[in-house]
Design a protein around this ligand. Structure first.
Ligand code: HEC
Length: 133
């Protein structure tokens, strides 16, 4: 193996490593990265006229219905607790860990649960303090 080859490998590795770090630390936007998923995947069952679980999910009211609001099923826990994904009932519902926490019902979205990508985005946003950004 030539030195030039090794140097090139090193550069490629470093580039991938650095872009990995910047992806992981990129700030999550509630409006761009989460709200469209919620409206698309959850709103049919969580509409204002008969919201399942007492939770309304639509363009206008999702943020205020989630952040700092006690869960209906598990009132000791908030739907979203800023900074604490493991204490956020919605996150636990999405990764199917809500029953261990003392909650009830199915995981969300009903029937499938969240994709690992959506769950990861949600976790990072909560860790960032769940801003209305
Ligand atoms: C097919 C219908 C359906 C879909 C789609 C759905 N839900 Fe639900 N959701 C329900 C039902 C029914 C309940 C109450 C019973 C239960 O928890 O299983 C509920 C309850 C909840 C609760 C508990 C509310 C509380 O305060 O305790 C949360 C949080 C929730 N859903 C979030 C979501 C999210 C986020 C999505 C989309 C990613 C979603 N749901 C998609 C039907 C649905």
């Amino acid at each position: 193996m030539s030195n030039e080859f090794l140097a090139r490998c090193g550069t490629i590795f470093l580039t991938l490593f650095i872009s990995g770090i910047s992806l992981a630390s990129e700030e999550v936007s509630f409006k761009d990265d989460l709200l469209p998923h919620f409206v698309y995947e959850c709103a049919t069952c969580h509409q204002a006229y008969d919201p399942h679980g007492g939770l309304v999910i639509d363009e206008a009211s999702t943020y205020v219905a989630l952040v700092g609001v006690p869960s209906l099923q598990l009132p000791g826990m908030k739907r979203i607790e800023p900074g604490k994904p493991e204490q956020s009932y919605l996150y636990l519902k999405g990764i199917n860990r809500h029953l261990q926490a003392g909650g009830s019902g199915w995981f969300m979205p009903l029937g499938t649960g969240m994709t690992p990508e959506l769950a990861d985005t949600l976790r990072r946003w909560i860790e960032q303090g769940a801003p209305n950004n």
